[in-house]
Design a protein around this ligand. Structure first.
Ligand SMILES: [Zn+2]
Length: 203
């Protein structure tokens, strides 16, 4: 007898297949419509969890450290992400301030926390409470977490400001750089596999 876990349903045309273990680099396509059914995961659940914990620590460092220090005729001012957001808000750029706070803080943070929550339970093969809602939230939050856009913007700003000020990149900018890499890595993971690796708690 087969359980639902042994079967895989094409999300596009509803064809049903029997699941098999994929080797490194292998991708299973739907024979009917060609959509991707399943791909080999190159990072284990424990590995993914470690990645999320690292991302969380780097996220905290990125948010409390100064992004840049601006120096002008002997005076200098350091600013963190939040310092910049508040300065933009007070400067009348409320929309930019709001969008920066959302895309650089709230969305990446919820991405990290939700993924961490689901993985914490998945490590022991269990489904986290509100598993389905968490999985849906992960998919909808992903496009809004735009740290890489911020990185580009900041680099351009730093290069431009260099004409007028002594600009010293702070620890925060390096932390955001590392965070960009980490988020890119875990965004490439397919959280759908958690549906098959975990089972409902029968408690
Ligand atoms: Zn199909």
């Amino acid at each position: 007898m087969h359980t639902a876990q042994d079967l895989i349903v094409c999300e596009h045309c509803d064809s049903v297949y029997r699941r098999r273990t994929l080797a490194r680099g292998e991708v299973a396509d739907c024979a009917v419509c060609g959509a991707v059914l399943d791909r080999h995961q190159w990072v284990s659940i424990d590995g993914q969890f470690a990645l999320i914990v690292t991302a969380f620590i780097v996220f905290v460092i990125a948010n409390v450290s100064p992004i840049v220090t601006l120096g002008l005729s002997g005076m200098s001012a350091a600013t963190t992400l939040w310092g910049a957001v508040i300065a933009m808000w007070n400067d009348g750029a409320q929309i930019v301030a709001f969008l920066s706070a959302m895309t650089l803080f709230f969305f990446p943070l919820s991405q990290i926390l939700i993924f961490g929550w689901v993985l914490w339970f998945a490590r022991s093969g269990r489904r986290a409470p509100w598993f389905a809602q968490a999985m849906t939230a992960l998919v909808s939050v992903k496009p809004w977490s735009m740290i890489e856009v911020f990185m580009l913007g900041t680099l351009v700003a730093v290069v431009k400001a260099h004409t007028y000020f002594d600009v010293v990149p702070g620890a925060g900018i390096w932390a955001f750089g590392v965070l960009t890499l980490l988020i890119t890595v875990f965004s490439s993971l397919d959280p759908r596999e958690l549906w098959t690796l975990t089972r409902e708690d029968k408690a």
